[in-house]
Write a protein that binds this ligand. Sequence first.
Ligand code: SF4
Length: 347
Amino acid sequence: MNKPIIRNYSLIDLQQWLAQYNQPPFRAKQLFHWFWKKNIQSLTEITNLPKSALNQITEQITWDIINVSTIQQSSDGTIKAAFQLYDDCFVEGVIIPSSERNTACISTQVGCPVRCKFCATGNMGFLRNLNVGEIVDQVVWLNKISLTYFQKTLTNIVVMGMGEPFLNYDFTIRALKNITSSEGMNWSKQRITLSTVGIPDKIIQFADDNVGVQLAISLHAPFQEKREQLIPLAKKYLLNDVLNSLKHYVTKTNQEVTFEYLMLKEFNDTLTDAKELLRITSHLKSKINLIPYNAVDALPYQPSSEEKILAFYEFLRKRHVNVRIRKSRGQDIAAACGQLANKLFKK
Ligand code: SF4
């Protein structure tokens, strides 16, 4: 029988699990403190538990710590790290430095079942969900890497790496709670953004669970048919339903939604697309990020020209849309998600 992955437990789960070994409930709080406040790499770092209790726990569990396998740095400063997991899977994390921010991009799944047609991760298929600790560990490691390379701690987190976070909802939300709670890493929720392709019932749950971190939608096309071509899951989760769930999100949370829009040459970069984008988003408290595409070998899409992106941007800006063009980062290290882990898997 597989041993339980102890860092997936909530505090109550942990109390119940410890009770079968006659450990008192306060041990769960002690362990939580070591896991999420001190971010220990090994159970041997725990100093305030009796050795017998620690040995008993160690024998019964799987300890799923992650390790840095490789680090690459782009000429623009962007860093991409490949993390090796306890079962020899790999995922990626990225640090995007700028003058005001030091943003970490983290993954929630090994590969991705959504299989977006423009995405290296989607192209590699899906292996498994990440555990709670594996999601949190990426932040811990990227913060250490940031201190080494930039002498600065991270300022922001985006959950936009490998995987669809809402297909690993429970562990992603539990990890975010450990990152933001005062018993954990105490990050401000305002500095964290979760990005999803749009799964309506999970958007509603995310609002109702009062998770509190910012929400971004990978929209990429304003028409149902075009979205389906890019994001196969969009056939199941219709654009209209996604937009309706976002209405609920905005009403419930009073937070704005960010729409992410990859600019793909001769696919979604015409003024007809811009007009429809304006129509479907204008009733929502929202902003739009236009993202120049990093082309991926063997995938069919190409980046839009600068002129096309500017014309698209100007159309929206003149109609008072809160829109900006994001810089493309890390092109020389293949920073489009999934490209490094994909190479490591192929070794
Ligand atoms: S873009 Fe995101 S959701 Fe789509 S395949 Fe890639 S990782 Fe998955």
